[in-house]
Design a protein around this ligand. Structure first.
Ligand SMILES: Nc1ncnc2c1ncn2[C@@H]1O[C@H](COP(=O)(O)OP(=O)(O)O)[C@@H](O)[C@H]1O
Ligand SMILES: N[C@@H](CCOP(=O)(O)O)C(=O)O
Length: 323
């Protein structure tokens, strides 16, 4: 369903050749993706079969891809559990396949969880902190392309579809976030390469203590605290209301803090950062809902989920949970 670009064995064999990773045994499309075409690929080298993941990029441009792939390569080399992209002998990480850029990465063990426990939250918090620290010497500079400028641009494209009260909420939150981004407090927060979309469907677990992060194609340089807020807003919530679950929250935050300590400045910025993280996905879901792209064959994700989360974080602004 979500293989937007079909390929033949011949095309794939030719494409794989410069990677020198062995003979093609089999490949099959992965149904669950919504952004790219993904395939599991099995290659045989010296009598041993190894599984990989092939991604054909449907929307990302060759200008954007080096940041994502080089970040994954950097993190994987440092031992962070993320897919490792394979380069040809010239160091090239992506090449055209069926007319679109494509790359091959390592296949990670495990599966995602629909019902995160505090133990899952703790391990995700720990590895997120390790990932932030491991990215400190990564030299890519591409910003989070789904940041404040993008929110402002998208607001003008979705507001016309919304009832007045909801459009007012959207406009008001963007304006609050613009003011927040100008503060010395915001600007003093540490930034670096972040995943920026570390939702439950982007983490695979071999065991609850061994998370692996996939799908880095919204990654970018942003405040570390924003990345943590995005993660908390999806992992530590009661799904139907969006309210934070205290035990899940403390498990994730304490585990993050133990590796990459949070400061008083982080605490002061936290309520606005949780709101920013909710706003980012509210806007992208509104955009997908009202302006679904042509190639999209899946049902757009529910924007009202993040409207509820935003309202909940605004209501808790002066009385928020912290570690
Ligand atoms: N490196 C990987 N190792 C193991 N499974 C993977 C890997 N990359 C993707 N997958 C599988 O493919 C599915 C879709 O991948 P994803 O990157 O989330 O696609 P999309 O960005 O299009 O939503 C994931 O849910 C996972 O099951
Ligand atoms: N996590 C986002 C959508 C991004 O899609 P992904 O499948 O590439 O993670 C959301 O839930 O709105």
């Amino acid at each position: 369903m979500a293989v937007f670009t079909p390929i033949t064995s011949e095309q794939l064999r030719d494409w794989l050749q410069p990677l020198n990773l062995g003979e093609l045994v089999e490949f099959k499309g992965i149904a669950s993706g919504i952004e790219n075409s993904n395939f599991f690929v099995t290659l045989k080298q010296d009598g041993t079969n190894t599984d990989y993941v092939l991604t054909i990029f449907e929307l990302l441009t060759p200008e954007q891809l080096p940041f994502y792939l080089e970040l994954m390569q950097h993190l994987a080399i440092k031992g962070i559990p993320v897919p490792r992209p394979f380069a040809d002998k010239n160091g090239t990480l992506f090449r055209p396949l069926a007319g679109k850029p494509a790359c091959l990465v390592s296949k990670l063990a495990g599966s995602d969880t629909a019902t995160p426990t505090p133990a899952h939250c703790a391990s995700v918090g720990r590895v997120l902190a390790q990932m932030h620290l491991a990215g400190k010497d990564f030299n890519g500079t591409q910003p989070n392309l789904r940041g404040l400028d993008w929110w402002v641009m998208m607001e003008s494209r979705v507001a016309e579809f919304l009832p007045d009260k909801i459009a007012d909420l959207l406009r008001d939150e963007i304006s609050e976030q613009q003011k927040f981004a100008q503060t010395a407090q915001y600007q003093s927060l540490p930034s670096g390469a972040g995943h920026c979309d570390l939702f439950v469907d982007n983490v695979l677990f071999a065991t609850p203590d061994e998370p692996a992060f996939i799908d880095f194609y919204f990654a970018g340089v942003d405040k570390w605290l924003f990345d943590l807020a995005v993660t908390v807003n999806d992992w530590c919530i009661e799904r139907s209301t969006g309210e934070l679950l205290t035990e899940h929250f403390h498990a994730m935050m304490s585990a993050y803090h133990a590796v990459n300590p949070l400061t008083d400045a982080d605490k002061a910025a936290w309520p606005m950062m949780l709101r920013a993280a909710a706003l980012r996905f509210w806007i992208s879901r509104l955009y997908d809902y009202y302006r679904t792209r042509e190639a999209e064959m899946l049902t757009p994700k529910d924007p009202t989920h993040f409207e509820r989360i935003l309202l909940s974080r605004r209501a808790a602004h002066d009385n928020f949970l912290w570690i």
